[in-house]
Design a protein around this ligand. Structure first.
Ligand SMILES: CC(C)(COP(=O)(O)OP(=O)(O)OC[C@H]1O[C@@H](n2cnc3c(N)ncnc32)[C@H](O)[C@@H]1OP(=O)(O)O)[C@@H](O)C(=O)NCCC(=O)NCCS
Length: 246
């Protein structure tokens, strides 16, 4: 990443504290579905919810309405008790967030790599198969509309070996997501090259990269080697809406 671009404007680090709301009420409002103070993405685009940390009874009711009975929703860094009999907690994830504002600029432009391919809508079935195999996180049929996705294909078979792309867009920041490499192609530097290339695209767009992973994901080592720094670690709860008439 070129240092002149990274420091060209003052960065608002505060928007990273509530990234889902910052995206949905900001640059990605075109994907937003809203009830009261709760906002989420169109169902085929992404799974995340923007919400107040201090949730009122009305906020919880709006969250249940937006998700729908039997469906899942998620809460990031919730500070108030869950109401009884409205949700089941299905899972709790330690969500770690890294920021890329201190990443050193690469010596060569990683987007000039002739083997790098831009992935498009026609590639979504193959991308989905790689995601299901490697499980880097959610990737839905329209997630590709959230930004630029890049990949590497096997030069002989044409099979997709690795990918990474852009997901949340916040004022000044863009998230790198869906970083995955087929098990047969690991350890060859493909993820490193892809994360660097997506980061360069983000910097060229005038923004700064950030990303999320889980506390127990060994990919953290990759991000730390690239110069990403830990910004936060908070719980992300996955809830199932049960309704209040059990
Ligand atoms: C994480 C993942 C994408 C790495 O892919 P990869 O193409 O094998 O990674 P690279 O070969 O580019 O490795 C780059 C660097 O990160 C390090 N690294 C990569 N994966 C690592 C791991 N699991 N543990 C420790 N270090 C790792 C490598 O040692 C390498 O360091 P080096 O350049 O100094 O030698 C791959 O293991 C994967 O698909 N995992 C499952 C999906 C996932 O969890 N993705 C992350 C979601 S946040």
């Amino acid at each position: 990443m070129r240092a002149d671009r990274l420091h060209a404007k003052a960065l608002d680090i505060g928007v990273l504290d509530d990234p889902f709301t910052s995206a949905l009420r900001g640059p990605q409002s075109r994907f937003a579905r809203t009830v009261g103070n709760i906002v989420t993405f169109e169902p085929d685009v992404s799974v995340f919810y923007g919400h107040p940390r201090e949730m009122t009874d009305q906020d919880y009711a709006d969250l249940a309405q937006l998700a729908g009975i039997g469906h899942t929703a998620s809460l990031r860094d919730r500070r108030t008790p869950l109401p009884e009999d409205l949700f089941d907690v299905v899972a709790e994830i330690d969500l770690v967030q890294y920021r890329g504002d201190a990443v050193e600029p690469p010596t060569a432009d990683p987007t000039a790599d002739p083997e790098l391919v831009r992935l498009g809508v026609a590639d979504v079935p193959e991308m989905t198969a790689l995601i299901e195999l490697t499980e880097p996180g959610p990737f839905l049929p329209r997630t590709i509309e959230m930004g630029v996705y890049l990949g590497y294909r096997d030069p002989d078979s044409g099979r997709l070996l690795a990918m990474a792309g852009q997901r949340l867009q916040l004022p000044g920041w863009t998230e790198i997501s869906a970083v995955c490499t087929h098990p047969d192609a690991r350890g060859r530097g493909l993820a490193r090259r892809l994360v660097s290339a997506v980061a360069q695209v983000i910097v060229d767009e005038g923004n700064t990269p950030f990303l999320h992973t889980t506390a127990d994901n060994s990919a953290r080592r990759l991000y730390e080697k690239l110069g990403f720094t830990l910004n936060s670690e908070v719980p992300l709860e996955i809830l199932r809406v049960t309704g209040n008439n059990r």
